[in-house]
Design a binder for this molecule. Sequence first.
Ligand code: ADP
Ligand code: MG
Length: 248
Amino acid sequence: MLIILTGLPGAGKSTFSKNLAKILSKNNIDVIVLGSDLIRESFPIWKEKYEEFIRKATYSLIDNALKDYWVIVDDTNYYNSMRRDLINIAKKYNKNYAIIYLKAPLDVLIERNIMRGEKIPNEVIKKMYEKFDEPGKKYKWDEPFLTIDTTKDIDFGNITKKLIEKSKEIPEYYIEEENKNKEDNIFDKIDKETRKIIGNYIKSGKFDKDRIKDVVNLRKEFLKKIKKKGDVDIYKAIEEFKNMLENF
Ligand code: ADP
Ligand code: MG
């Protein structure tokens, strides 16, 4: 099982990782906490040119550990592309994954940052906070399994129970295979799926001709909108279409 933490500096990821790992190990789960800080802090100083190595070395550790152990990734994982890379490691070994999003209000993040000696300028935290894309906003595969407010009590017993249940499920990834015609492919799939949905709707025999005409138009308009948008998530788009139809 791969547990992917995401959250801003000071959200409480490292604290959470340590506590969760302890409780998991009490449940006889072999678990390791890994994150890029382990490698980053092994350099006596920081240089931008180290970052490429830091990233690769971290992924390589996670990749190796995941063969035998549960892995908790203690990193900011700021961009969804980072979470995607991690999920692809889980996919490689057919392991389940769970994104856990840790959050706290900006004033708390700033307060915790000051307590730690403001190694990251408060201004940077503020910018990150403003620009942070909530995980799952854009892609279904990116939806958090749990969202935890670290200013409140954290129920580790319940979290552990949920994770163990999840680890027994058959993994689903929802990530599309990357290829050149990715956008065409996505559009084709949405075209086909929505056609099927409409087909079933018509076959149900519950609707009169006028309504069917309207529904067919609804699909046309929906497809136009999707095409204009470009980068879309298939599963979310289909869900949206089903919702539209239900409320039509
Ligand atoms: P991160 O790894 O996300 O940067 P840390 O776990 O290092 O965050 O926590 C940052 C600071 O916030 C630390 O001083 C820690 O003691 C405090 N902290 C972390 N989690 C909590 C919590 N659940 N409640 C209160 N303070 C917390
Ligand atoms: Mg940390």
